[in-house]
Design a protein around this ligand. Sequence first.
Ligand code: NI
Length: 175
Amino acid sequence: MALREILHYPESLLKQKSLPVTEFNTELKQLADDMVETMYAAPGVGLAAPQVGVLQRLIILDCSTSEEPNDLLVAVNPEIIAEEGDSLEEEGCLSVPGYWANVKRHAKATLRYQDINGNFHEREAEGLLAIGMQHEIDHLDGVLFVDRLSPLKRSIFRKKYLKMLKEKEAENANA
Ligand code: NI
């Protein structure tokens, strides 16, 4: 296993659509293992392949709870086949470090996906896991959570975030 570099907004690759996985080979297993290690090291609760620069439809999520410990979900070609209710919860993203905002999502979701060997599964979820599924699938379609904010909030985000990036750059230059 190896850590992979997580791409940050405004990296253009994050805006691209990922392709379906067609080969369930060792390369795919390696990618999934690396993503798991990278997510836990960050630390985060979800990661999509394009965030580590690979435009393939693969996401991982760990929204373990006390009732459901060690709940690592590795989902290839994930699709939401049913959704219900509304939720408005604060989200963040490993590709947008230092920024959090409330995002409208569905409260419940049913995910259809393939495991790392290509077998099909379905999983119903609510709460954090349902939100995570929607957030990570968005990544596969080139959508970040900040793209789901109102135009006003998005422009405030952009200004704040780009200013923060410049300050970081200046700090690094002085270091
Ligand atoms: Ni994200």
